[in-house]
Design a protein around this ligand. Structure first.
Ligand code: ADP
Ligand code: MG
Length: 729
């Protein structure tokens, strides 16, 4: 140890080294690099915050961060408590610890054997000394200064001369720490952006936090003893203590829930003043329709259909949620509602979140309505079809819109293309939204606003596959009406779910081969479309090629989000007709796809999906009379993965699974949460029941005092921006 410091990276100026250091994720709270005397506004662009190159700016943009305000509202996924400082002499191997000490010696050299660049340091505190070691980070030699005091944090290992810290994180001791020695924010990242960079930028941005207006009425803040908004925003990033963090989280969750409550209640309030078309119950036709079905309706389907049919027979606009787990048979209930509307000579519309699903519904409903004098339209990004008088034809978009506004299409099925400006109905009386959680509030609202006839508002039926318990749903959505499908159709066999270890892969393939030989079909879901660098993560394209070799005599198909809608549709329709044995796909088949002959669902990289999402995938099989299986492949042996996936083995509904996931992994770590059927919040979740109730009560109270919100100008303004942002979704 000792000797001269050699930095084998050419002649780098100190400023250059600092800049490089920052780009590599180092700390940089040097005055000369701070925003150079510029006034800091909420609108200030991140690129004006000192040293941000174009590359970093671009990467940060991926996180939807462009301004100071975006930075302030970029919340941590979690915090690590690094506030405990350990004395050097008490360190033990394998311990993860933070120390505070003076840097006594720093040395950069090339390792004689593997030619790695080693940065070595000796650090001491009152209790003793320890050696620190970094590999291939020569610039550290310029960053550290012997004699200065630093915090270091990392895993203790045992070296030749006792305990060592290998590649510890570091931060100079300052009046206020950002990265170590405190409760430290950990942000969701994207490639090429480090925690240090984000913390650095956010800390600067928080200089403007005082400019954020606190829109919450004083009475509400007082009643629930909430922090004011700027303090909460500061504390959510850099909390003084655990208690402060808790209060910050409560305030910010409340804000979200409160705004959503206000919105729901206001919509309801406005709705109550409007009137809808009345479609009287077509008893004989409905009975005939039910008789024509190849199955018997469940009691739940009958009850729900009756509730809906009663609603649309009144002039009061229906606002009903049809709640039923995957496979419970919601589509036919929706069809019965549409039937009644259409037979009264009004139009109905059904909006689905994907083209695959929209065209599937079109096909299903075409079958169900066979022989009835009902014309159906299919409208997606890539297709406009008409089914009329027993003929299914593609027509031009122009012609399609003309027929729609002329009232020649009775029941329009489609994707969000339905809410395009050009799609005009002549007498829309019922709007149905399938998998409603996949649409923004704004999208649902615009479907409803497709008024066909002056002065009328269509009835709205929303369908969701994640059965939120009734009390929670009521608190969450205000006084929305809810129908439940509590049971599955008869004769459904429970799906057998298995976690397959890698050494059992061969046996699993044998099993799949037998299923195919018996005439069944198989889904294989992969986390990615294209091959990636991430070791062990399967992509649909690779898997497709690989399985072709393993199952040479089977017919394989490939579906993913990058295919053109025509191609996707073609693959799905071949799968539906039984012309594909194994469909390799990404999560595009997640929602709603219905292929009763499919009996095996294989999920690769299962640990990469949320539990509720896995439950949705599993729901793609077991929809017919065949015993079905869900095989979860995972390379991960982490205890978290095992306990999460094990949760799937018991029969659980999507709601319970999502709650479990949240408990096991913590918020912010739950991928696919949005896809799982819950209203989307940034920080709140549907499991914050106590806060939801408070938010509901507060929203109700404010609206009862002043439904126009005129006497709460800040709230009114916030509400309007919120509303506008929803419309832009
Ligand atoms: P989801 O509620 O998930 O949207 P679907 O409406 O797609 O479910 O129905 C799932 C499958 O169950 C479809 O193949 C449908 O034809 C079938 N199905 C619906 N209702 C019944 C029933 N009462 N008995 C038997 N099968 C049914
Ligand atoms: Mg469905």
């Amino acid at each position: 140890f000792g000797g001269t410091v050699r930095v084998p990276m050419g002649k780098l100026s100190v400023a250059g080294a600092k800049r490089l250091h920052f780009l590599l994720g180092g700390d940089l709270v040097q005055n000369d690099f701070n925003i150079l005397g510029m006034p800091l506004n909420l609108e200030t662009s991140v690129k004006d915050l000192g040293f941000i190159g174009q590359k970093l700016e671009k990467r940060i943009k991926k996180l939807e961060i462009e301004t100071v305000e975006d930075l302030i509202f970029y919340f941590p996924a979690r915090h690590d408590d690094l506030s405990v400082i350990t004395e050097i002499k008490t360190l033990v191997p394998e311990q993860i610890a933070t120390i505070r000490g003076r840097l006594e010696i720093i040395n950069v050299r090339r390792s004689p054997i593997r030619k790695k660049i080693l940065t070595e340091a000796i650090v001491g505190d009152a209790s003793g000394k320890i050696k620190l070691l970094w590999f291939n980070q020569p610039y550290l030699g310029k960053i550290f200064k012997a004699g200065d005091e630093y915090y270091f944090s990392g895993k203790v290992s045992s070296g030749d001369a006792g305990a060592e810290l290998i590649s510890p994180e570091y931060e100079k001791v300052k009046d206020e720490q950002t990265h170590l020695a405190g409760i430290i924010p950990m942000y969701p990242l994207t490639a090429g952006v480090s925690q240090k960079q984000l913390r650095y930028l956010i800390k600067i941005a928080l200089g403007a936090v005082g400019q954020i207006t606190d829109f919450l009425p004083e009475s509400v803040k007082e009643e629930y003893r909430f922090l004011d908004l700027p303090s909460a925003l500061y504390e959510i990033h850099f909390p003084e203590c655990g208690k402060g963090l808790e209060r910050a989280v409560a305030r910010l969750k409340f804000d979200e829930l409160f705004l959503s409550q206000l919105l729901n209640r206001k919509l309801r309030y406005d709705l109550n003043k409007k009137s809808a078309q009345t479609a009287p119950f077509k008893e004989a036709e409905t009975i005939a329709f039910v008789k024509s079905l190849p199955f018997e309706l469940t009691a739940g389907q009958r009850a729900a259909a009756w509730e809906i049919i009663k609603d649309i027979g009144t002039a009061h606009p229906m606002n009903r949620l049809l709640n039923g787990d995957v496979g419970s048979g919601k589509t036919v209930v929706a069809a019965m509602a549409a039937l009644n509307v259409v037979l009264s000579d009004y139009q109905a519309a059904l909006m689905a979140p994907t083209e695959i699903l929209a065209s599937q519904h079109f096909g299903t409903i075409k079958n169900m309505f066979q022989g009835l004098p009902i014309s159906l339209g299919l409208l997606t990004g890539g297709e406009n079809r008409l089914f009329d008088g027993g003929r299914d034809t593609a027509i031009t978009r122009k012609e399609f819109f003309k027929k729609l506004s002329g009232g020649e299409i009775d029941f329009l099925i489609g994707t969000h293309a339905l809410i395009e400006d050009k799609a005009k109905f002549s007498r829309l009386a019922l709007a149905i939204v399938d998998e409603q959680h996949r649409f923004g509030v704004g999208q649902r609202k615009s479907l409803r606003e497709r008024v066909g006839q002056e002065g009328f508002t269509p009835h709205l039926l929303s369908m969701t596959a994640t059965p939120i318990p009734r009390t929670l749903a009521l608190a969450l959505y205000g006084d929305l009406d809810i129908s439940y499908l509590p049971e599955m159709p008869k004769n459904r066999k429970p799906i057998i779910t298995k976690i397959v270890a890698s050494e059992k892969r061969g046996a699993a393939y044998d099993f799949i081969a037998k299923q195919i030989a018996a005439g069944r079909q198989v889904f294989v879901i992969c986390p990615l479309i294209d091959p990636s660098d991430t070791a062990g993560v399967k992509s649909a394209k690779e898997e497709y090629e690989g399985l072709k070799r393993i199952f040479p005599s089977s017919r394989l198909g490939l579906a993913h989000g990058k295919l053109k809608s025509k191609e996707k549709e073609e693959v799905m329709s071949r799968m539906k007709k039984g012309e594909i044995d194994i469909l390799v796909s990404t999560s595009v088949v997640e929602v709603g796809v219905d292929i009763p002959n499919a009996s095996v669902m294989v999920i690769e990289g299962a640990e990469r999906f949320g539990l509720a999402q896995l439950h949705q995938f599993r729901g793609r099989v077991g929809r017919g009379e065949h015993q079905s299986y869900c095989l979860l492949f995972t390379e991960s042996r982490s205890p978290t993965t095992v306990s999460r996936l094990t949760a799937l083995l018991g029969a659980k509904n999507g709601f319970e699974l999502a709650e479990m996931d949240l408990k096991i992994r913590g918020p912010g770590e739950v991928y696919g949460f949005r896809q799982s059927g819950f209203p989307e919040f940034k920080i709140a979740t549907v499991f914050d029941y106590a806060l939801i109730k408070k938010a509901a009560a507060a929203a109700e109270e404010i609206l009862s005092k002043d439904p126009s919100l005129e006497s709460f100008p800040l709230l009114k303004q916030k509400f309007e921006t919120h509303l506008a942002s929803l419309h832009l979704e």
